[in-house]
Design a protein around this ligand. Structure first.
Ligand code: HEC
Ligand code: HEC
Ligand code: HEC
Length: 136
C-alpha cells in the first residue's frame, strides 16, 4: 500500500517536471521567426526574418498583432482557419487574405501598416519590399 502510494507520487512528480516546461513553452513567444508562405502556396518572394522578441521588448502589446487570439496565453499563428489562411491571388486584396495580414496599410496589426505609421513618426523601420524580402 505504502509503496504504491510512493510510486504514484513519484509518477506525479515526474509528469510535472517533464510536462510543465512544455506547457510554458507552448505559450512562450519565440525570439526570432522565419516567416514563409503557407503550405501549398507558391512563394514569389524570399522568406521574411521577423525579430519577434525585439517587438515585444519594444513594449508592443501581444494583442495588437495577435488581435483575434482569445488571450495572450492562447496565441495562434496568422494563417489559421477563420483568419488569414487564403494565399490565393484572388484574395490578395481581401483584408482576411494572407497578403493583407502583412501588408495592409489600413491595419496596425499588419507589418507594413504599423511600420508606415512608425516611419511617419520618425522611426527607422523597414517599409521597402527588399527590406523584408531580401534578394536571394
Ligand atoms: C515589414 C515587412 C514586409 C514588407 C516591407 C513587405 N513584406 Fe511582403 N511579406 C511579409 C511577410 C511577413 C509575409 C508572409 C511570409 C511570407 O510569405 O514570406 C509576406 C508575404 C508576401 C507575399 C506572399 C508570399 C510570397 O512569397 O509570394 C508577397 C507576394 C509579398 N509579401 C510581396 C511584397 C511586396 C511586393 C512588398 C513591397 C510592396 C512587400 N511584400 C513588402 C512582410 C513584408
Ligand atoms: C509586432 C507584432 C507582434 C507582437 C507585439 C507579438 N507577436 Fe507573437 N507573433 C507575431 C507574428 C507575426 C507571429 C508569427 C505568426 C505566424 O507564423 O503566422 C507570432 C508568433 C507567436 C507565437 C507562435 C504562434 C504559433 O503557433 O505559431 C506565440 C506563442 C506568440 N507569438 C506569442 C506572443 C506573445 C505572448 C506576445 C506578447 C508578449 C506576442 N506574441 C507579441 C507577431 C507579434
Ligand atoms: C504594431 C506595430 C508593428 C507591427 C505590427 C510590426 N512591427 Fe516590425 N517594428 C515595429 C517597431 C516599432 C520597430 C522598431 C523597433 C526598434 O527599433 O526598437 C520594428 C522593427 C522591425 C524590424 C527591424 C528590426 C531591427 O533590427 O532594426 C523588422 C525586420 C521588423 N520590424 C519586421 C516586422 C515584420 C516582418 C512584421 C510583421 C510580421 C512586423 N515587423 C510587424 C513595429 C511593428
Amino acid at each position: 500500500m505504502k509503496k504504491s502510494l510512493i510510486i504514484s507520487l513519484m509518477v506525479v512528480a515526474l509528469v510535472c517536471v517533464f510536462a510543465l516546461p512544455a506547457v510554458i513553452a507552448g505559450n512562450a513567444a519565440p525570439d526570432q521567426i522565419t516567416m514563409t508562405a503557407p503550405e501549398g502556396a507558391k512563394a514569389t518572394k524570399t522568406a521574411v526574418d521577423f525579430p519577434h522578441k525585439k517587438h515585444v521588448d519594444g513594449g508592443l502589446d501581444c494583442m495588437v498583432c495577435h488581435h483575434k487570439s482569445e488571450s495572450k496565453d492562447a496565441i495562434q499563428s496568422c494563417a489559421v482557419e477563420g483568419c488569414h489562411v487564403d494565399a490565393s491571388k484572388a484574395a490578395k486584396k481581401d483584408p482576411k487574405g494572407f497578403y493583407q495580414a502583412f501588408h495592409s496599410k489600413a491595419s496596425k496589426a499588419s507589418c507594413l501598416g504599423c511600420h508606415k505609421a512608425e516611419k511617419a513618426a520618425g522611426k527607422a523601420v523597414p517599409v521597402g519590399c527588399k527590406d523584408c524580402h531580401p534578394k536571394k
